[in-house]
Design a protein around this ligand. Structure first.
Ligand code: 4NP
Length: 152
């Protein structure tokens, strides 16, 4: 059975598609399934934001196969690790928890770098391309930690 990891943000067009692409690039896809979703369905079916596509491309990662999809209650059952980008994503996902055992699956992604600091990956949607570059660097650092933890 593959270990299943879900990356979650609000729109599933800026941060979590980058997180999905970066983590996939660091893991063997025969052993790991990586997906992403948004707590809002507002961008359902859309490609990632062009700025995320561009920042990924510069780093030799192609995320153009991804399409936005909403986070589902069933994801809490289906996935082993659910990484959220910020506190509001955390609260929105936790609101859907029906089995207490699922709570431990939900992790603030930057806690993998700065344990228990509850640091947010900032929403870059209304920011410039520099905001997306900053998000990329943060997620690359977090995904490096996740990949080494999961392949130990
Ligand atoms: P994301 O960014 O949660 O990183 O995908 C956003 C994308 C769209 C919106 C907000 C954040 N929006 O308000 O449409």
């Amino acid at each position: 059975m593959k270990t299943r990891i879900l990356m979650v943000c609000l729109g599933n067009i800026c941060r979590s598609p980058l997180a999905e692409g970066i983590l996939k690039s660091k893991l063997n896809t025969a052993e790991f399934h990586v997906d992403s979703a948004g707590t809002s369905a507002i961008h359902e079916g859309e490609l990632p934001d062009k700025r995320s596509i561009d920042v990924a491309h510069v780093n030799k990662i192609d995320i153009t196969d991804q399409r936005s999809r909403p986070f589902l209650k069933s994801d809490l059952e289906e996935f082993d690790y659910i990484y959220v980008m910020d506190q509001s994503n955390y609260d929105n996902v936790c609101q859907l928890i029906e089995k207490e055992s699922h709570r431990q699956k939900v992790i603030m992604i930057m806690d993998e770098v700065y344990a228990d600091a509850s640091a947010d990956v900032p929403d870059p949607y209304y920011d410039s391309i520099n905001g997306f570059k900053n998000v990329y660097e943060m997620l690359d650092e977090a995904c490096e930690k996740i990949a080494s933890k999961l392949t130990k």
